[in-house]
Design a protein around this ligand. Sequence first.
Ligand SMILES: NC(=O)c1ccc[n+]([C@@H]2O[C@H](COP(=O)([O-])OP(=O)(O)OC[C@H]3O[C@@H](n4cnc5c(N)ncnc54)[C@H](OP(=O)(O)O)[C@@H]3O)[C@@H](O)[C@H]2O)c1
Length: 266
Amino acid sequence: MFRLDNCSALITGASAGIGREFARQLAPRAGSLLLVARRQNRLEQLRAELLTINPALRVDVRTVDLANEREMTDLAQSLAAEPIDLLINNAGLGDRGDFATADYPRLHQQVQVNILALSVLTRAVLPGMLARKLGAILNVSSTAAFLPLPGYAVYAATKAYVNSFSQAIRVETRRCGIHITALCPGPVHTEFEEVATRAARPLRSAPEFTHVPVEDVVHAALRAIVRNKPIVIPGLVMKLGMGMTRLLPLPLLRFASRVADERDQA
Ligand SMILES: NC(=O)c1ccc[n+]([C@@H]2O[C@H](COP(=O)([O-])OP(=O)(O)OC[C@H]3O[C@@H](n4cnc5c(N)ncnc54)[C@H](OP(=O)(O)O)[C@@H]3O)[C@@H](O)[C@H]2O)c1
């Protein structure tokens, strides 16, 4: 049985959005947090905030570019010396627009961060968790994982990887007391869209009713990890939408891309 109380958690992408909210919600309960991202000032600010919530908490910050293979593998190797019981592979980015005009550096970053760093960090912590017969891994995926998404082709494919990978290692480790969950949010107001938008062609956001507050997303995810759920889709609208997608993927895809095209042309 995995508990959040007094856990030692590593959160990637803790400088903004969903990752920062994970740190805030874990702060009153965790024993130590290791916060990873590129923007050191953001991480230091968050550290100060978390210590006001829980002065007994140990908070370490590490500035790492997870798209840089050397920095990312250095982080992974350093984890051998610091047992992690909860790994939250949250860092991620998208790129919105047609694949034919995608920039190579952005393609590379998506694959490195969304796929490679998530897998390498998991590989780094899993043997220790198996030896202790205790631990949890939360991989932040997306509802984009459930069907091909024109306009987000590479991003959606990276998230399909995250779901497939998470479910496979969950089965591999099922008898060893390790909890593995994929979090699949729909739209959430964070910096994600701003980062994903290409300067040349800003597009419209998803309708407001599909958005779920970041606090609710993180609350649902932490509950799911404790209950050892394979997948969590926060919010009723998205849950229903993804249920329909499983029944009717291709007709729904055609419908969704027609609606998106009409919205962009309006
Ligand atoms: N927001 C949504 O609508 C939504 C929906 C579904 C799934 N998600 C997923 O949720 C996760 C968190 O996204 P978010 O919405 O919170 O977006 P966000 O506000 O843009 O935060 C992304 C985080 O990832 C970090 N990051 C990005 N590239 C990195 C790199 N090369 N090295 C290290 N850290 C890096 C960023 O930190 P630095 O920039 O400081 O490095 C930041 O802390 C992502 O995996 C995303 O795919 C988001």
